[in-house]
Write a protein that binds this ligand. Structure first.
Ligand code: IPM
Ligand code: MG
Length: 368
């Protein structure tokens, strides 16, 4: 059998630097765990625009459809701010999500013990926090029609449409319930059923999927604004949160910051199973391209490394190896190794991006 395949799309800003560390770790698995991957690399975002005049070349799109998993760094940067909307770096990412039909976006917010002091919330509110936001990723107001800026009378009107079909809600609800069964067995669904018809349908369908297929899982519903408030008040009440594309975008940034460090959080975007049984999948850090520090070797590669750990777990059925990698990251943090974004303690000198990668490799070696 041939090796599983990975397409790496480093993208813009700090993307290439953090991805270089992930490449070291992928090689480590080939050398030490008999887990070799066929890795190819291509352009996305501003980097693709510079080379081809489009943020995602059709050939790259086709490759992404064929591989077992895509790993993406980050897209965007001030250099591209004034480009036409249709070729902005973000459009490359949105096209990947849409055409691969990656409807379930898994965003864990986990607080590492060693970093509990970094949160803007009190330590006891966040210590041990481990929640999973499941964000619907291919529909809702991000993609609904009609959309655009139109003339209306003597002024313009900007229109976006929130739209959800029952089947779109059903499939993401199933993803959330399946995950909950493997975690704390609790799902909280968030929408605005008090003001939006799409929210009413969302609530009904999630409840129906629950009652018919997942009655063993504890289900609650919350208005998304109240959910945002509860996330800041007492986040540990949640296990899995399932929500739509836009609310998920907002709530996952808020949840990420609870952990004190956006530079730590990975994500997985999963679609339907392919012929080989693996889900279509794209893994990426939650953070952006951080153009202010790009190229300086200061970026924290951990979110991207942990995104590869998610790939091991969800695409390659290597849960034990994913645990190994996550534990290596925990050990490095417990040992006090810090990139510049994690500095808070007196007298700690930051390590570079590649030194952090090397420290994780050393912890992996120590785990053998
Ligand atoms: C995210 C980002 C994207 C989104 C942008 C870059 C298009 O904020 O992944 O959360 O809005 O989905
Ligand atoms: Mg976002």
């Amino acid at each position: 059998m041939s090796n599983p395949s990975i397409l790496i799309l480093p993208g813009d800003g700090i993307g290439p630097e953090v991805m270089a560390e992930v490449r070291k770790i992928i090689s480590w698995y080939g050398d030490n765990r008999d887990l070799a991957f066929d890795v190819s690399e291509d352009l996305v975002g501003g980097a693709a625009y510079d080379a081809h005049g489009t943020p995602l070349h059709d050939d790259t799109m086709a490759k992404a459809q064929e591989v077992d998993a895509v790993l993406l760094g980050a897209v965007g940067g001030p250099k591209y701010d004034n480009l036409d909307f249709s070729v902005k770096p973000e459009r490359g990412l949105l096209r990947l999500r849409k055409e691969m039909d990656l409807f379930a976006n898994l965003r864990p917010a986990q607080c590492f013990d060693a970093l509990a002091d970094f949160s803007s919330l009190k330590k006891d509110v966040v210590a041990g926090l481990d929640i999973m936001i499941v964000r619907e990723l291919t529909s809702g107001i991000y993609f609904g029609e009609p959309r655009g800026i139109f003339e209306e009378g003597n002024e313009r009107v900007g229109i976006n449409t929130q739209r959800y079909t029952e089947s779109e809600i059903e499939r993401v609800a199933r993803s959330a319930f399946e995950l909950a069964r493997r975690r704390g067995n609790k799902v909280c669904s968030m929408e605005k059923a008090n003001v939006m018809e799409s929210g009413i349908l969302w609530r009904e369908v999630v409840q129906k999927v629950h009652d018919e297929e997942y009655a063993d899982v504890e289900l609650s519903h919350m208005y998304a604004d109240a959910g945002a408030m509860q996330l800041c008040r007492w986040p540990k009440q949640f296990d899995v949160i399932v929500t739509d594309n836009l609310f998920g975008d907002l709530l996952s940034d808020a949840a990420a910051m609870l952990t004190g460090s956006l530079g730590m959080l990975p994500s997985a975007s999963l679609g339907a199973p392919m012929a080989n049984g693996r889900p279509k999948a794209l893994y990426e850090p939650v953070h952006g391209s951080a153009p202010d520090i790009a190229g300086e070797g200061k970026a924290n590669p951990i979110a991207c490394v942990l995104s590869f750990a998610m790939a091991l777990r969800y695409s390659f059925d290597q849960g034990a190896e994913a645990d190994r990698l996550e534990q290596a990251v925990e050990k490095v943090l417990a040992d006090g190794v810090r990139t510049a974004d994690l500095l808070g303690e007196e007298g700690v000198t930051p390590v570079s991006t590649s030194e952090m990668g090397d420290a994780i490799i050393a912890a992996l070696n120590a785990s053998l």
